[in-house]
Design a protein around this ligand. Structure first.
Ligand code: FES
Length: 565
C-alpha cells in the first residue's frame, strides 16, 4: 500500500476514533487500532498526535469544499438548482454521516482552546455562509422579491441545516430519514420563495419548444458526467426524486378477471400487490406485512380464497387490505391506482402532508386514444438484468426515437412533448421480411399506427395493430438495472398472435441482445475506463431527458473525474 493511502488510512482511522472518543481522549494507540497498523507508523506521517488530529480536520474541510462548495458554486447561475443541490449534498451520507458530523462538532467544541481547529472550522463555515448568502441574494434578485432580507433567510437556511446535522450526529445511519430532512429544507425555502422549490407545475408548459422542468438548467448537458452512472449517492437521490411518486404500469385488468385474483409486481421502489375483490373492485396494496416488512405474496399471479393471509403469524387481510383481527392492528398500505383502458398504473402515495417527490401527469393524460379494448397478456413478463445504469438504457431508447425539434416536419414521424412524456408515431415503413410478414399477420386487424409513448423516468408504452407492450427499466443498483417487458395482444392467444408478437419484438430495438450488450459496453467504457462521451450532437429527446432528470437531481450536473479503477 502506497504512502498516500497509508496516510489516508490513518486519517480515516483517526476520524473513527474521534467519533467514539472525542479529541481529548483519542490516542495514537486507539487510531492505529482502528487502522490495524503498527503504532510506530504514525511518526512517518505526522510529527505528533496533535498534527494527526489537525490533518484529519483538514481532510474533512477539504472534502466538504470539493464535494459541496465547488459543485454548488458551479450552478450559481441557477440559484434554485444550486440550493437544491446544496441541500442534497449537505445532507448526503458521504458528507453528513453520524461519524463525520460528530467529529466536526467535537473539533468545534475544542476550537476555543485550539487556534488551528478554530481556523479550519471557521473557514469552512464562513465559505459555506458566503455561498448560501450569494445564492439567496441571487434568488431574491431573480424573483424580484426585494422586500426579502438575504442575510436573514440565509441564516434561517443554515440554521435549519445545522439542526439537521445535530440530529444526525446522535443517530445511527439506519434511523436517519434523509429524504424527510431534505424535504423540510425544501419546505423552508418554498415558504420564502413560493412555488420555486415544489414541483407542482402545469403540464405541458414549455420554454422555446423544450419542456419546462422546474429548476432545470437552461442548457441540457450533452451526456451526463460518467461518474453519475455508477454512484450509490446518485442512485439514492434518483430513487427519491424520480421514482418515488411516479406512476408505474403494473399490469392489465384482464390478468385478474375474477374475484380473489391477484398479481404482484416489483416496480423498483415499491412491491405491489393488486387484487380484485368480491364486488369486482381492483385494489393496489403494498406487498408487505405491516407487522414485519416481508413480501406477503411471492407468486406473480394467483387467487385468494377470501382473504390475504400472512404466512408468518397468520394475520388476515381483506382483499382491500383491511386486517380482520380487530383493533390495534395495521391495514396493508393502499397505493394510488388508475386504470386507463384496463392498463393499471400504480404509485406510492406521498407521505402524509408531503407533496409528491415530483409532479407527474395523471396516466390518462398520456393517452389521446385509450389503449385498444380486449387486450390479453401474451406470455409471461420478460425480465433481463443488465450490467448498465438505468439511464444508459433510457438514453439508448430516446436516441433511437424520431422525436426532433422540428416535430411536424418529418414525414416519417410526428411527435409531441409533454413535461414528463414524449409521444411519437413510428410507421413500419421498413422493408425486410419481418415488417412484411408482420403486416400480413395484422392485415385483418383495424389499421392502427405504431405509437410509442415514453413516460419519464423509465417507461415506454408501444401501441400497435396487434396490441400493446410496456417496457420498463428498473434501477436495481448504481450501474445495474433490469429491463422488463409486458406484452398484451388483441388477437386470440394462438400461434399467429405469438408469431406477430415475435415479429413486433424484432421490429423494435429495445430488448435486442445487441442493444443490451451495447448498454453494458457503454457502462464499462464510462465507468471502468473513464472514457467520456465526446459527441456534441445530442438528440432532442435525449436533451429533453437530461433536462428533466437534472432538474430533479441537480447533483447529476456535477463534473467529477470519473474513477479509473
Ligand atoms: S409478519 Fe405478518 S403477521 Fe406477523
Amino acid at each position: 500500500m502506497g504512502p498516500l493511502r497509508q496516510r489516508q488510512r490513518l486519517i480515516d482511522a483517526c476520524i473513527s476514533a474521534l467519533h467514539i472518543h472525542g479529541p481529548s481522549r483519542t490516542t495514537v494507540a486507539k487510531v492505529v487500532g482502528f487502522a490495524k497498523m503498527s503504532p510506530g507508523i504514525v511518526r512517518f506521517y505526522f510529527d505528533s498526535k496533535a498534527a494527526m488530529l489537525v490533518a484529519s480536520l483538514q481532510h474533512l474541510a477539504t472534502e466538504f469544499e470539493e464535494q459541496v462548495l465547488v459543485p454548488v458554486a458551479k450552478l450559481k447561475a441557477t440559484p434554485v438548482a444550486a440550493l437544491r443541490l446544496m441541500v442534497d449534498l449537505f445532507l448526503d451520507p458521504d458528507i453528513a454521516s453520524p461519524r463525520k458530523v460528530s467529529v466536526w462538532y467535537a473539533f468545534w467544541g475544542e476550537a476555543s482552546s485550539r487556534q488551528e481547529y478554530y481556523d479550519i472550522c471557521g473557514q469552512k463555515d464562513e465559505s459555506f455562509a458566503i455561498l448560501v448568502h450569494e445564492l439567496i441574494a441571487a434568488l431574491i434578485d431573480e424573483s424580484r422579491l426585494t422586500q426579502l432580507d438575504a442575510d436573514g433567510i440565509a441564516l434561517g437556511l443554515i440554521g435549519a441545516l445545522e439542526i439537521l446535522w445535530q440530529d444526525i450526529a446522535f443517530q445511527a445511519e439506519r434511523d436517519i430519514d434523509r429524504p424527510a430532512a431534505k424535504r423540510r429544507c425544501m419546505a423552508f425555502l418554498n415558504s420564502v420563495f413560493p412555488g420555486r422549490f415544489d414541483l407542482d407545475v402545469a403540464a405541458g408548459s414549455t420554454i422555446g419548444g423544450a419542456p419546462t422542468v422546474p429548476n432545470a438548467p437552461a442548457s441540457a448537458p450533452g451526456a451526463l458526467p460518467a461518474w453519475t452512472y455508477d454512484d450509490a449517492g446518485i442512485f439514492a437521490m434518483e430513487r427519491e426524486s424520480l421514482f418515488h411518486g411516479a406512476w408505474a404500469v403494473v399490469g392489465h385488468e384482464s390478468q385478474i378477471p375474477h374475484a380473489g385474483d391477484f398479481l404482484t409486481v416489483d416496480v423498483g421502489v415499491e412491491r405491489v400487490l393488486v387484487t380484485r375483490d368480491a364486488s369486482g373492485r381492483v385494489h393496489a396494496l403494498r406487498n408487505s406485512c405491516p407487522e414485519s416488512p416481508h413480501a406477503l405474496q411471492v407468486e406473480r399471479t394467483g387467487r385468494f380464497e377470501q382473504t390475504i393471509s400472512c404466512k408468518r403469524h397468520g394475520l388476515q387481510f381483506s382483499l382491500a387490505g383491511v386486517h380482520t383481527a380487530g383493533a390495534g392492528r395495521a391495514d396493508l398500505q393502499a397505493l394510488d391506482l388508475r386504470s386507463v383502458g384496463g392498463l393499471l398504473f400504480v404509485r406510492a402515495p406521498p407521505a402524509h402532508g408531503v407533496a409528491t417527490a415530483h409532479a407527474s401527469a395523471e396516466p390518462d393524460a398520456w393517452f389521446d386514444t385509450p389503449p385498444p379494448a380486449g387486450l390479453m397478456m401474451l406470455g409471461a413478463p420478460l425480465e433481463i438484468c443488465v450490467a448498465a445504469d438505468w439511464k444508459i438504457l433510457i438514453e439508448q431508447w430516446l436516441e433511437a426515437s424520431p422525436v426532433s425539434s422540428a416535430v411536424e416536419s418529418s414525414p416519417f414521424a410526428s411527435s409531441r412533448v409533454g413535461f414528463d412524456s414524449l409521444v411519437w408515431d413510428e410507421r413500419v415503413v421498413r422493408e425486410g421480411w419481418s415488417a412484411a410478414r408482420y403486416r400480413r399477420l395484422v392485415a385483418c386487424l383495424p389499421e392502427v399506427s405504431w405509437r410509442r409513448r415514453f413516460i419519464a423516468p423509465n417507461q415506454l408504452i408501444e401501441t400497435r395493430p396487434d396490441g400493446l407492450s410496456v417496457l420498463q427499466v428498473l434501477p436495481v443498483a448504481a450501474g445495474r438495472s433490469c429491463v422488463r417487458r409486458l406484452d398484451y395482444s388483441v388477437m386470440p392467444p394462438d400461434d399467429s398472435a405469438r408469431a406477430t408478437l415475435y415479429l413486433a419484438r424484432r421490429l423494435g430495438p429495445y430488448v435486442r441482445n445487441s442493444t443490451l450488450a451495447l448498454a453494458e459496453s457503454l457502462q464499462q467504457g464510462l465507468v471502468e475506463f473513464g472514457y467520456e462521451a465526446a459527441g456534441e450532437r445530442v438528440a432532442p429527446a435525449l436533451a429533453w431527458f437530461h433536462r428533466l432528470v437534472a432538474g430533479r437531481v441537480p447533483a447529476l450536473l456535477i463534473e467529477r473525474s470519473s474513477r479509473a479503477r
